[in-house]
Write a protein that binds this ligand. Structure first.
Ligand code: FAQ
Length: 313
């Protein structure tokens, strides 16, 4: 009989009906739920600009992007359902503060340029984190990530294009783009989680093939991609210590960077970020306002339920 350990050793996928340790199931539910909640709460900062987009084209693109994030949340809740966690249960855990969502969505989107900075930096960081998850050991999560990553690539590109347009526009537009990048840079680096030495889950998640690279490795990869992209945008990154270091990563090279304020990440995780209370309150209100839709859907389903199949003799 093939065991869980055999599947991991062969780099095969663990599927919903396979035997798995309780801890593996609980870790996946924790991470997938947190990821799903991030996609759903993550609609808020950009959603705030939907009615204020500067042109019909920008509005249509942003609407499609925000809708994509809702879709990602739904694939992820469906992936968690394959582990026995219902959507209602997970939403309740989000609404009562028992489960997390990404720290990044507790920052405000103050100007139109923030839509570009979120696309370029936040989606950019999400892609670097999520591409390895396409190879994670749990089949439904890995497969959901393939489509999510493709869509996030469009999102990142639209953010880059938006910022490029602003950066090469009037001096005021350029300044607005720069100011947005200055505010989103450090929180984007925090998306990768605490430093490896302070990451309680990393060792076990790596042994189980959920994590393929450490928090610091992916953070470094993101920085190395972002620096030349910032140059192409004509914008600067707010870190005077950013410097190419040819010796880094066993001679492959990489950028040195300044100290990240992990106290700030800890504060946001405690609930003390600039928008924690507002984001959760908005989500809970949206859920309550949508109760009639869920009730109507349930009533329709009950009325049109297929009759049970007759017993086969
Ligand atoms: N925010 O031991 P580790 C997106 C928590 S999707 C909040 O390193 P782990 C798309 C962590 O949960 C963004 N909490 O933990 C989009 C744990 O707490 P716990 C979401 C964080 O799990 C774009 C504790 O700290 N992406 O942006 C954060 O091994 C634009 C210890 O940390 C995902 O969820 C944080 N930044 O590694 C949408 C990707 N970092 O549970 C809309 C999947 C750490 O013990 C618009 N997740 N924590 O209470 C992962 O890859 C991992 O869960 C990590 C954390 C890497 C985030």
């Amino acid at each position: 009989m093939t065991t869980f350990e055999d599947v991991l050793a062969a780099q095969d996928r663990v599927e919903p009906r396979d035997a798995m340790p309780d801890g593996y199931r609980a870790t996946l539910v924790r991470q997938i739920a947190q990821h799903a909640h991030s996609e759903i709460i993550g609609m808020q900062p950009e959603g705030a600009w939907l009615t204020r987009a500067p042109s019909l084209r920008r509005q249509a693109v942003l609407l499609a992007k925000v809708q994509d994030e809702a879709g990602h949340g739904l694939y992820l809740y469906a992936a968690a359902e394959t582990l026995g966690a219902s959507r209602e249960e997970l939403l309740d855990a989000l609404h009562t503060g028992r489960q997390r969502y990404s720290s990044i969505f507790n920052y405000p989107s103050l100007t139109w340029a923030d839509v570009g900075a979120i696309g370029w930096l936040v989606d950019g960081a999400a892609i670097v984190n999520q591409v390895p998850l396409c190879r994670c050991s749990y089949g439904p999560y890995a497969r959901a990530m393939v489509r999510v990553c493709k869509e996030e690539s469009f999102h990142q590109r639209q953010g880059f294009e938006l910022l490029h347009t602003l950066s090469h526009g009037t001096p005021a537009q350029h300044a607005m783009a720069q100011e947005a990048v200055d505010r989103w840079w450090w929180p984007s680096l925090m998306m990768f989680g605490p430093p490896d030495a302070d990451s309680p889950h990393s060792a076990q998640s790596t042994a189980w093939g959920i994590k393929r690279f450490s928090n610091d490795t992916l953070r470094q990869r993101f920085i190395d991609q972002a620096v030349p992209q910032a140059e192409a945008l004509g914008l600067t990154l707010p870190d005077p210590d950013l410097r190419w270091n040819a010796d880094k990563d066993e001679g492959r090279g990489g950028y040195d960077y300044g100290a990240i304020d992990f106290d700030e990440l800890r504060a946001v995780l405690r609930g003390d970020g600039p928008c924690n209370a507002e984001r959760l309150a908005h989500r809970v209100a949206a859920h309550e306002d949508g109760a009639w839709v869920r009730e109507a859907a349930a009533a329709y389903a009950a009325k049109h339920a297929r009759p049970a199949r007759p017993e086969v003799a």
